[in-house]
Design a protein around this ligand. Sequence first.
Ligand code: ATP
Length: 248
Amino acid sequence: EAGETLLEINNIEVIYNHVILVLKGVSLTVPKGGITALLGGNGAGKTTTLKAVSNLLHSERGEITKGSVVYRGERVGNLSPSDLVKKGVIQVMEGRHCFEHLTVEENLMTGAYTRTDGKGAVAADLDMVYRYFPRLKDRRRSQAGYTSGGEQQMCAIGRALMSRPETVLLDEPSMGLAPQLVEEIFTIVKDLNEKEGVSFLLAEQNTNVALRFAHYGYILESGRIVMDGPAAELRENPDVKEFYLGVS
Ligand code: ATP
């Protein structure tokens, strides 16, 4: 049911290399059917928060030292990334990670590896991805490494969709892209949210665009949430305007 809580992050602390405290008690919730934005400048801890959810901290010598991550009422802090994918949660990493030497279509198909519901269902989802990203269909036989930055970002999102996720953790989709492409990608995210019911937790430095497309926002500064609210209210907040939207 729309509005029920999917993901809950409760007061987590994250430490890198046993010493550096990067998240200092972060709490947030992601409701079903929403686009929730996690905002903040470079180094605020957005990527760390997403990795704490998808259990990708270990490879960077990071660990959650306090608090919990709960998905649909179940603590998921000890699940592997692929077990989490089976639960419906997938992360699209910053920097559009595609396999450069595979074609776009091969990249998309790698996203379906955890599925057990048969070829027909996977083929239908490939069609769905191509419907939302017609550019990917045009480029489906191209090696991903030779496609544009925008196409690689689309490919990374498309690959995540191939796991039939309930919730997508999307890290900095605007990074390095021209404004028009950022607009195009966010419009598709909004469509996926409205028409396919995919929920998003979106980490973004581009506050302006994120608050136009998200329903709710959290602002992270130096590892702490300093403000949160409905996106429309944050857009009108004088502090947000001054410090994050560049107008006062
Ligand atoms: P960005 O937009 O640059 O990704 P961010 O808000 O996502 O910023 P994080 O990448 O989560 O921020 O980084 C938060 C802090 O943690 C930064 O001070 C960063 O230097 C530090 N940090 C990140 N990864 C590591 C690591 N593997 N080891 C030690 N410190 C790290």
